[in-house]
Ligand binder design. Structure first.
Ligand SMILES: [Zn+2]
Length: 414
């Protein structure tokens, strides 16, 4: 397939800057972009997105939970739509690109198609999903959950720090929380979902590649482990008479590293706490988190099993009592093989070098994969930094990713 269209790099970059100005230095923060979902800044960003979609010639509607949907009508109105999108809400002091690139790149790609006059069979919808980050209420993917039928009453009853429920926050922002089920899209209405997102890691940079094709989204398992030993005197207790919970934790941490490496997954102990916490007291208790991720659910289960076995073995040997609590288990998502192939083919056609890689973070695509074929394009992040004012992706890389998105959308919708 020849390249039949080009995106407009300067125009795309201008929109990234303009959207980035909304919420810049807000909420008393000096740096970065703060547009918490349903905040005034988010509402302003939504206005910007709607205006840009309209300028680009898309038909815009907003569903009951605030998902903004811009549609380029295809020749066959009954054919399932090809969907692309991401989010424009941010964390506290976030960057210019997380989420924004997927929405603005999607608009730019569809605008280019519209301008070129190419007629496609399937309609294309660009979606800006509500509250991907989940910063305010502690749970994210609200818009994509609503669209796929996974939003529930319990989530709408969650309260923020000021005691405002999710449902109230939606109403305050001008949406109709009671009608959230009307946001559901049937699987047969959607042909595929494609999301372009910054990588938020260093793999593409390491390989000197502007774009990558995602194969799987690694779902996390979170364990909370409590190890109970005995808090004895650090001077009076010989080494062979101790029940040191901290040492047991250290052994578990090394096992998490070994097991994750063996299975080619990732494992992290990110939160630790030892008690009583005195310089001259042997730690009697250690409480810590374990985050285990893998793109393959079966292999992840094996990782979890091996970590459990290791904890048991270490604690038996050290005469320590362990409690393990599974706090969260999100299923990994596998990208559609045909979309992965098509994205690689698209890159090859445009002489854009690329690689396949797994995705470590969660995205709206994690929800969309429950109802349709899903694929993701990753764009290089400078130094892998994200959720931070220093988050950066070069103008040219944004354009290359968007060019791949454009080519892929044309193929899916033709
Ligand atoms: Zn994001």
């Amino acid at each position: 397939m020849i390249i039949i269209n080009q995106i407009n790099q300067q125009r795309l970059w201008k929109t990234i800057q303009e959207l980035g100005n909304i919420g810049a230095g807000s909420n008393g923060t000096e740096e970065g972009v703060t547009r918490l979902a349903l905040s005034l800044e988010d509402l302003e960003a939504r206005k910007y997105v709607i205006q840009l979609m309209e300028e680009s010639g898309l038909d815009v509607r907003v569903d009951p939970v605030g998902n903004i949907i811009g549609k380029l009508e295809g020749k066959d109105k009954n054919a399932p739509v090809v969907m692309t999108g991401s989010h424009v809400d941010t964390v506290y002091q976030g960057g210019l690109f997380d989420g924004a690139l997927g929405v603005l790149g999607g608009i730019e790609a569809v605008r280019s198609i519209k301008e070129s006059g190419i007629e496609l069979t399937h309609s294309i919808e660009v979606v800006s999903f509500t509250d991907e980050e989940g910063t305010r209420f502690g749970t994210g993917y609200i818009g994509s959950k609503a669209m796929t039928g996974y939003l529930d009453e319990a989530t709408l009853k969650l309260k923020d720090a000021n005691g405002i429920t999710y449902a109230e926050a939606l109403v305050q922002a001008g949406f109709d929380a009671t009608q959230y089920k009307l946001a559901i899209r049937k699987p047969e209405e959607i042909k595929a979902y494609l999301e372009m997102h910054i990588e938020q890691g260093k793999v593409l940079e390491e390989h000197e590649l502007a774009v990558g094709v995602v194969t799987t989204i690694q779902g996390p398992v979170w364990l909370e482990v409590s190890l109970n030993g005995h808090p004895d005197h650090a001077g009076a207790t010989p080494m062979n008479m101790r029940k040191d919970a901290s040492l047991a934790m250290a052994e578990v941490m090394l096992e998490v590293e070994r097991i994750s490496t063996t299975y080619q997954g990732v494992g992290t102990v990110g939160k630790t706490h030892v008690e009583p916490g005195g310089v001259n007291i042997i730690p009697g208790r250690a409480v810590f988190s374990i985050d285990l991720r893998h793109g393959d659910k079966e292999l992840r289960t094996k990782m979890v099993d091996e970590v459990n076995t290791a904890i048991k073995e270490i604690c038996e040997r050290r005469d320590i009592i362990a409690e393990i609590d599974m706090k969260k288990a999100v299923d990994p998502a596998i990208c559609s093989e045909s979309i992965v192939d098509m994205l690689e083919e698209s890159c090859a056609e445009m002489n854009i070098p690329t690689m396949k890689l797994p995705c470590g973070a969660g995205h709206d695509s994690l929800m969309m994969t429950k109802v349709t074929d899903m694929g993701m394009i990753f764009v290089r992040s400078k130094d892998g930094i994200s959720h931070n004012p220093k988050e950066w992706t070069d103008e040219e890389d944004c354009a290359i990713g968007t060019q791949v998105l454009l080519q892929a959308l044309i193929k899916l919708a033709k």
